[in-house]
Design a protein around this ligand. Structure first.
Ligand code: HEM
Length: 353
């Protein structure tokens, strides 16, 4: 019979044997994987795939950091590469082409058709079209938008278009300035967008007669014809709803997500925000080119309306007939025409013919 003391010795011996076996097994495994690594370095030099797989997975128990925060111990994030490929691939390539094609089409249209001019002579009497507040909000939005558009273009396309021309030193200055301008002007634009919406929404409600404008494509093609409209025509309303409002909200929200990374959003959220931001901004810039064209060289007298706040009676009648009739107390108007009447007064600056 075994004594109690002997029993304990046997159990101890057994435990030591099991541990030794386990150690031998893990050592063999480690040695195996080390051997595998050594062999890999011979057949495929510099291929550290297993190490990087560990690092990417973020499961390596030795992977740690003193920096505390969201994902700080994730050293390499796989989705980052997918984001990089989407951003530097289709977004940049198709986005660049879209903006270029829209600019070329507008230039072609201008070359073929020229600006939309007045048919009748200006009367010299003017009507107030935009109040000082409306003009301040419009120009504040326009200036901040243009700063964001130019700096955004440098950030997205500069590497391909400007770097080869400017070289690294000059381009890096330009890129840093653009990035900081973009970061600080973004929130200003977001505030302007809200004020713009509140200020202009009342005249941008869609009316039945706007469909006629759409069906006739605003009378801009074929034989140019005047399609009557309220204070703003359907084209302007589409710019307001699709551009200013929808795209304005999308770029503002995604811009805030990118501007303030201290609200617990992880890298994936920021990568998604970045792609949505870039796509919306590209569509916004393409639509803006149309607005810029119509507001400057495309329509004679349009720019003056936003600069001075007034338009000639003839301009009002030929471009926004329902609005003209309403503000001048003409015949019955379609529902929803603008009630912002202003007395006709002598022209301040004279009409350019
Ligand atoms: C620097 C470039 C710009 C120029 C030259 C310009 C020019 C003009 C002009 C001349 C008008 C008056 C059109 C009319 O009398 O019917 C106008 C209206 C308007 N603009 Fe601009 N603009 C510019 C940038 C912007 C930007 C960046 C936005 C918004 C993001 C914007 C939003 C509007 C809106 C909402 C209206 C009123 C029409 C509507 O509500 O649909 N503009 N612009």
């Amino acid at each position: 019979m075994l004594e109690h003391r002997d029993m304990r010795a046997v159990v101890r011996l057994f435990l030591v044997a099991v541990l030794a076996l386990f150690a031998q097994f893990t050592w063999a495994q480690d040695a195996g994987s080390q051997k595998e690594q050594v062999q890999r370095q011979q057949t495929q030099p510099l291929n550290n795939a297993p190490v990087w797989r560990d690092v990417r997975g973020g499961e390596n128990p030795y992977q740690t950091t003193q920096a505390r925060g969201i994902e700080t111990n994730v050293l390499v994030q796989t989705e980052g590469e997918i984001w990089r490929q989407i951003r530097n691939g289709p977004v940049t390539v198709y986005g660049g082409w879209l903006i270029t094609i829209v600019a070329v089409l507008i230039a072609l249209y201008y070359g073929l058709k020229g600006p939309i001019k007045l048919h009748a002579q200006p009367t010299g009497r003017v009507i107030e079209r935009f109040t000082p507040w409306e003009r301040i909000i419009h120009w504040a939005t326009a200036i901040s938008f243009v700063i964001l558009a130019v700096s955004g273009i440098v950030i997205l396309f500069g590497r391909y278009v400007l770097l080869p021309v400017f070289g690294y030193t000059l381009f890096s200055w330009l890129a840093v300035i653009s990035k900081n301008l973009h970061n600080f002007v973004g929130p200003v634009f977001a505030v302007c967008t809200v004020l713009m919406f509140v200020t202009f929404v009342k005249n941008n409600i869609w009316r039945a007669h706007d469909w006629i404008w759409v069906k006739r494509l605003g009378g801009m093609f074929g034989k140019r014809e005047h399609v009557p409209s309220g204070k703003f025509n359907a084209g302007e309303k589409m710019w307001f709803w699709f551009g200013v409002t929808l795209l304005g909200i999308i770029v503002s929200i995604t811009g805030f997500i990118l501007d303030f990374p201290n609200f617990a959003q992880g890298r994936v959220a920021m990568q998604q925000a970045n792609v949505i931001h870039a796509v919306a901004a590209i569509l916004f810039m393409a639509a803006f080119l149309g607005h810029l064209y119509m507001g400057t060289v495309g329509v004679e007298g349009a720019y003056e309306s936003m600069r001075n706040g007034t338009v000639d009676e003839t301009w009002a009648r030929e471009h926004h007939e329902y609005w003209y009739k309403q503000v001048t107390g003409g015949r019955a108007q379609p529902a929803g025409a603008t009630p912002s009447a202003a007395p006709a007064s002598p022209m301040r600056e004279g009409w350019k013919t």
